[in-house]
Write a protein that binds this ligand. Sequence first.
Ligand SMILES: Nc1ncnc2c1ncn2[C@@H]1O[C@H](COP(=O)(O)OP(=O)(O)OP(=O)(O)O)[C@@H](O)[C@H]1O
Length: 311
Amino acid sequence: MSIEALGISKRFGDFVALEGVNLTVPSGQLTALLGPSGGGKSTLLRIIGGLEYADAGEVRIDGVTATDLPAQRRNVGFVFQHYAAFKHLSVYRNVAFGLEVRKRPKAEIRTRVHELLELVHLEQFADRLPAQLSGGQRQRMALARALAVEPKVLLLDEPFGALDAKVRQELRDWLRRLHDQVHVTTVFVTHDQDEALEVSDEIVVINHGRIEQVGTPDELYDQPANDFVMGFLGPVTEFDGRLVRPHDLELSNEPTDGAVRAKIERLQRVGFQARVELAIPDDAPWAQLSRGQADALGLEPGGFVWVRPPR
Ligand SMILES: Nc1ncnc2c1ncn2[C@@H]1O[C@H](COP(=O)(O)OP(=O)(O)OP(=O)(O)O)[C@@H](O)[C@H]1O
């Protein structure tokens, strides 16, 4: 089920939250809305879901105009950062809720809920209360609950935002695998570029209420449309007045074609990587290399090295 947002604009008082946004999310795809805080990602997601109405523009879901439909008639599933579970209901009942409301037969509900709990790896927790789950388990329950009523599209607003780094990483991998199994068209808001790069088929970079670029993770990383996208999707440093990726700077002990002599100001080792802070006339770029490369070059603070920008 594809999603289209056509010419979407939204103001809050004088503040322009979205300005003429056009976006097409193909059926079955996992798309990330990525950008800095306040850029308009959540507003766009909420307009697609019918939790907010645009001042101008049109929303189509599966080719059908949904612009004026309320959320409950758009057949969308939502998951938010802080998930509002029914605290007094078991995990099973929480997942079953939407099906019970729709008065599905008991046997069908039982089968469906067990399938979903298996899908999100929570079968053994069916009888627990939400408060007896970890944060990551609760978000998985939220996903199962959103999927229960077989939504046409799934809208996730920073679903892992409140969790610690390790659990986030696990849930990212898990969401990717889940999506490969379920194939429901999914839009996912995040301000975390690693999360977007790892999980999504396509990324929409949003800043100041406008789309800066849409592309696959590789396209955005390798061919950013502008300095903003380049800076937002990976590390950057300035060399000779232009932005480059620090791992694209070539370091050598010998002068090579186009290389500049640089002083090594600082050498910092983080895990398997080394960060080399350099000084050249008018610039202070930094280079990123593996520890092995740094050791092989014999880099030392106070020493000199030849640096060549990427072509
Ligand atoms: N109901 C509202 N009333 C007034 N201003 C709002 C409202 N909702 C959002 N805004 C403003 O619109 C802008 C865009 O908000 P939005 O939540 O879409 O950004 P975001 O990119 O999702 O950022 P974040 O990652 O911080 O949630 C923000 O400046 C926000 O303060």
